[in-house]
Design a protein around this ligand. Structure first.
Ligand code: ZN
Length: 678
């Protein structure tokens, strides 16, 4: 039997891939790749064609073997596949570490960089080489031997501590629950939340209802439960998880782990020649320096805070005047906000859904990109996929040239990972046989059609689809021929959400909704009255949400910038200080939000949480050009296509942005879109 993962067809043979193919294929490719790299490094002189191009083919071979496996593991999971998938993970990470620390490979890049031919390379090629050299240095490749060993030690300790941090949060989340058999405790909760609590009780062989600290349960209580003591109780348990406070104080305490993580990160930054971890984080990002990030966040905070205070005052007035509460406590905020939102904007997702049947929405989205970029999107029925719900499309430009292809898998089903994402199936680059066409996976988890009706999307699902398609266009429309700079490759973390958030804007304009929204029975467009309510509700409490995000971002960034192991209680003190400067909501003294802040302690957002807002500024400002010129202005569409989408990671994002906008980004559009300024 031939192994379909080793045949490298233009599109994966999904129906023929079986779990037993996985490990054998990965083993074989890794062996071949190691041998091929060793052979490449025996050359005395290196050129783009003799070094980088073959390396791209080597990487592409591994990607073609692994990408369908990792995709199937996400969307068609089963035990055998998961075992095969997981068995390969350590092998792949070992291979990646080896490459990053391969001194001979690093020196080959360096020689190419220093050679006469370097200046003759394209801007994209030069950037690929410069980025690679930077990444080699960031993985410690050119450190003296003793420091190299210390670096490896730090990396290992950090990875252990990060997983201990996550384990503590998980254990603390699972350790607390609230069991009740009193129906009065359920007052205010929607039926779906009550069902969920009954199921949780059943699964534990208990009568009545069980609430816990998993987000859907916590969220339902905080937003809807009329019983104030119940909200207070779950609030306290939630905000003290994995800390020295609350019902399980000290049991899963992350305090020491957080301190150790920060110490090790600081040591790592020093080894690599940076003054602190924030500087190290920025080495791979768009933001030029730490002061720019601080100024950026402080400026947004200064402008948003007065409006956030107004939001809070309105909530306080509502609490005293209409809800007869003498004080507004932290466990009242979500609950009262929901009541106020319902009172002001009586619009529910249920009212909107009939206007967003999936077939119309997808056609409408294609019509939007046809108007903007002249793209034609054609469905293909002759492509092998992993499920009957999956559709496949070719994207062609105005002269009929195939630019990209994508799989679209929109519906939730058993054994499919939750959430929505875009992933690369194949990247554009120049092979020895010509240009490889980029292929994308667009994955969502919408409610499937039932009862003879088409699937009806909520407005937020519509926005999600546009968001992921925006990432997809960035991946597919690139004209860059080097793999590490084509599409989303080589785009810094704080700029990569530009094309995706940018696309969301077409979900909020009447002119584009006329293409997207049609009542699934009557065929009517979205009525003006519903559209107006949708717009009004969009910015409810957006300034309060803005300062909350800024509080997280400033805390994360300053912590990694100012960390000093000698200072006692620095983490808590810094958080208190940031809150005094930025926050409008008062927190309880026992609040230990930071002990569960997995994004920065266990995930990849350390000194990078600001990226969310940074990219939002770029996308809002880019869209404001369309507000000025017309949201379907073809010239502006072409300019965005040529300056941003086609360029991928081939140049600094600031350069590309300026090319499109004619100036540096400004926060004005984001503040206006969020209703913070007029
Ligand atoms: Zn995204």
């Amino acid at each position: 039997m031939k192994n379909p993962l080793l045949e490298y067809p233009p599109l994966p043979a999904f129906t023929r891939i079986k779990p037993e193919h996985v490990e054998a294929a990965v083993d074989q490719v890794l062996t071949q790749n190691r041998e091929a790299i060793a052979t490449l490094l025996q050359q005395d002189e290196h050129s783009w064609e003799s070094l980088i191009q073959p390396l791209e083919q080597i990487q592409d071979r591994l990607h073609k073997t692994w990408s369908p496996v990792s995709h199937l593991n996400s969307v068609m999971n089963n035990e055998a596949l998961r075992d095969a998938h997981n068995a390969c993970l350590p092998k792949l990470s070992q291979y990646a570490t080896e490459l990053g620390q391969n001194t001979a490979l690093f020196q080959a890049y360096q020689r190419l960089h220093d050679s006469d031919t370097f200046s003759q390379l394209s801007q994209a090629q030069q950037k690929v080489i410069n980025d690679a050299l930077r990444d080699f240095r960031l993985s410690g490749v050119d450190l003296p031997e003793t420091e190299k060993n210390r670096f490896k030690e730090i990396q290992q300790q950090l990875s252990t501590l990060k997983s201990q941090f996550s384990d503590n949060v998980l254990d603390a989340t699972q350790a607390w629950s609230f069991h009740t058999e009193q129906e009065s405790d359920l007052a205010g909760l929607p039926p779906s939340a009550i069902d969920m609590a009954a199921q949780t009780a059943q699964s534990r062989n208990q009568r009545g209802w069980v609430f816990n600290l998993e987000f859907p349960s916590y969220f339902a209580i905080m937003t809807y439960a009329d019983r104030r003591e119940l909200r207070q109780q779950i609030y306290k348990a939630y905000v003290t998880r994995a800390s020295d406070q609350g019902p399980n104080a000290g049991q899963f305490d992350n305090s020491r782990i957080m301190q150790q993580i920060l110490e090790l990160r600081t040591q790592k930054a020093h080894l690599l020649g940076y003054a602190n971890y924030a500087e190290l984080s920025l080495a791979t990002k768009m933001a030029p320096d730490t002061q720019s990030v601080l100024d950026f966040l402080s400026d947004l905070a200064k402008r948003s805070r007065p409006i956030a205070e107004q939001d809070l005052h309105q909530l306080q007035d509502f609490a005293t005047q209409e809800m007869q509460l003498s004080s507004l406590e932290p466990w009242d905020i979500m609950y009262l906000s929901e009541k106020l939102r319902q009172k002001r904007y009586n619009v529910s997702q249920e009212d909107l859904k009939p206007y967003f049947p999936e077939p119309q929405v997808v056609q409408g989205m294609f019509a939007v990109v046809h108007k903007l970029y002249g793209l034609s999107i054609e469905e293909r029925h002759d492509v092998d996929t992993w499920h009957e719900q999956v559709r496949f499309f070719d994207v062609k430009d105005p002269i009929g040239q195939l630019r990209g292809r994508f799989y679209m898998d929109l519906y939730a089903r058993a054994n499919k990972r939750g959430g929505a994402w875009m992933d690369e199936c194949a990247s554009r680059f120049k092979t020895k046989d010509g240009i490889q066409t980029p292929v994308a996976f667009i994955t969502c988890n919408f409610t499937p059609p039932s009862g003879g009706k088409p699937a009806l999307l909520t407005h937020s699902e519509l926005t999600t689809l546009f968001h992921e398609f925006g990432h997809g266009l960035h991946h597919m429309l690139t004209q860059i021929d080097c793999m590490d700079a084509s599409g989303i490759n080589g785009v810094p973390w704080d700029a990569v959400e530009l094309p995706s958030q940018f696309m969301e804007n077409w979900c909020w304009e009447k002119e584009s909704l006329n293409l997207i929204a049609r009542h699934y029975e009557s065929g009517e467009p979205l009525p003006d009255s519903l559209f107006d309510k949708l717009l009004q509700a969009k910015n409810f409490q957006s300034a309060m949400q803005m300062v909350r995000q800024l509080e997280f971002a400033l805390f994360d960034f300053r912590l990694h910038l100012e960390f000093d192991p000698q200072q006692p209680d620095q983490i808590q003190n810094l958080l208190n200080q940031v809150r005094r400067e930025v926050a409008v909501i008062r927190h309880s003294d026992y609040n230990r939000f930071q002990h569960g802040f997995s994004h920065i302690f266990a995930g990849g957002y350390a000194a990078g949480y600001y990226s969310y807002k940074w990219a939002e500024v770029l996308s809002a400002d880019a869209f404001s050009k369309f507000e000025e010129d017309g949201i379907f202005n073809r010239d502006t569409g072409q300019a965005f296509l040529h300056s941003i989408l086609e360029q991928g990671g081939s140049a600094e994002p600031m350069e590309l942005f300026k090319q499109f906008r004619g100036r540096e980004p400004s926060v004005d559009a984001l503040l206006r879109h969020s209703g913070i300024t007029a």
